[in-house]
Design a protein. Sequence first.
Length: 209
Amino acid sequence: MKRIVILISGRGSNMEAIVQRCAAEGWPARVAAVVSNRPDASGLAFAAAHGVPTAVVDHRAFAGEREAFDAALAAEIDRHEPELIVLAGFMRILGDAFVRRYAGRLLNVHPSLLPAFPGLHTHRRALEAGCKAAGATVHFVTPELDHGPIVMQAVVPVLPGDDEAALAERVLAAEHVIYPQAVRWFVEGALSVENGVVHQRDGQAQLLV
């Protein structure tokens, strides 16, 4: 059974989707812990209610000391000996040393079709650019923000009259589909990376339209 540690900062709706799918589908894995940088993160209550151990590494205790925060976070993660670390709405930028420590076993989901619109305000930027489609991307984390090898993507139409909130809701629903799928592929050993390109071993579609 592979162990998964999920990092959250708030509700962690993608964490909820992963916990539920892992149990319902009988993955060869378990969520070993949910860790937050905020003690008031509502997702901690969900995790506890589902029997998942929780922990808090409060970033405010490390003001101006990113490396010290990263080290404390890594120490908490390593207590659970995970094969995979999943970022699910974790709103802290992680340092290069932290990312390298977990290279090849650190996943994130970003609310755009990378490499388009890395960083913040993705939905606003997509609307301002007149995009006819938006979406979400699950990728391996690398030191370059939002630029790691792509595991899976979902395309979401931009509809007439969409504002940021409406588009964000539609994209989030797609995230709840592709993120658990990507995590399942990882724990099943169904992913490989060659020259920065992720392949699904069984030829399953890595694009949801």
